[in-house]
Design a protein around this ligand. Structure first.
Ligand SMILES: [Fe+2]
Ligand SMILES: [Fe+2]
Length: 270
């Protein structure tokens, strides 16, 4: 019934090899899931949120899963299909192993670095969309701010939260026009919801308004394939401005550590 550790390692190696061969990731992930379910008898379950995003209001119940996989036990640890995380993960490990894309964040931070902004602004640009690349799109500014709040200066998390609203409102004096890309993405009749308008009104006269506005100014809406960006360029800035917990990010007891753990072990049964 229980997983064999050497087999688990072999599966992790296989999982890593998949990343060297992106065309077969989906197919091999399915095969690994089969291994987990039928050979290791560890069943992975999906949270309600995964189903909601597919337009279904449903959940994986133990009874339903046992009907399909009699006698199986449920996964309560790492998913061998995902890149393995170190014992004490850092923010950089999440960038490398869990964030689905870096390019936009690195381009925005590089833009801010070249413009000569201070490290709080650069860090805010580097982290402004981590909600999108690692967790969830809807209200990504709020999620992203909550994830980093215990570990960064309050000004940085405030700026990340507030860019959710400011990006919908131009400030041409500060160098920010309403993005053409938003017309393409949302149509020319999209109007922000009242809670976003209210957030913008509160932010307008706030002492950190410009920090958040600079996220918008440095936001790059079209990916430049020729731009050279590298996470290594920001490791020192992260080191000076992100309070890495000793136990590992997600294994500490901050108010948002559970969010990082969820990214690390996204299909633990509980
Ligand atoms: Fe954003
Ligand atoms: Fe962005």
């Amino acid at each position: 019934m229980l997983s064999n550790p050497s087999r688990g390692n072999a599966q992790r190696d296989e999982a890593m090899n998949q990343h060297a061969n992106p065309q077969s990731i989906s197919q091999q992930a399915d095969e690994l899931e089969e291994h987990m379910m039928h050979e290791l008898e560890r069943v992975v379950s999906k949270s309600t949120l995964h189903y909601l995003a597919d337009g279904e209001v449903k959940m994986d119940s133990s009874a339903g899963l046992w009907a399909k996989h009699p006698g199986a036990v449920f996964n309560m640890g790492p998913d061998p299909r995902l890149p393995p995380m170190p014992a004490k993960p850092t923010l950089v490990d999440y960038f490398r192993c869990r964030f689905a894309s870096h390019a936009h964040l690195l381009q925005s931070a590089t833009h801010a670095l070249k413009a000569g902004h201070n490290e709080k602004v650069i860090l805010a640009c580097l982290l402004h969309d981590i909600g999108v690349v690692s967790f969830i799109r809807c209200d990504h500014g709020y999620w992203g701010a909550q994830m980093i709040e215990p570990y960064v200066d309050e000004e940085v998390s405030w700026a990340v939260r507030t860019h959710q609203a400011l990006r919908f409102f131009p400030d041409e004096a500060a160098g920010y026009k309403y993005p053409e890309m938003y017309i393409k993405l949302f149509g020319d009749d999209y109007r922000p919801e009242p809670y976003i308008v209210a957030e913008y009104e509160r932010a307008k006269n706030h002492k950190w308004y410009m920090t958040s506005r600079l996220i918008c100014v440095n936001d790059i809406y079209s990916f430049d394939p020729n731009a050279k960006v590298n996470l290594d360029d920001f490791v020192d800035i992260i080191g000076r401005n992100f309070r890495q917990p000793e136990e590992g990010l997600g294994l500490d007891s901050s108010p948002s550590s559970h969010m990082w753990r969820t990214m690390m072990w996204p299909n633990r049964f509980l």
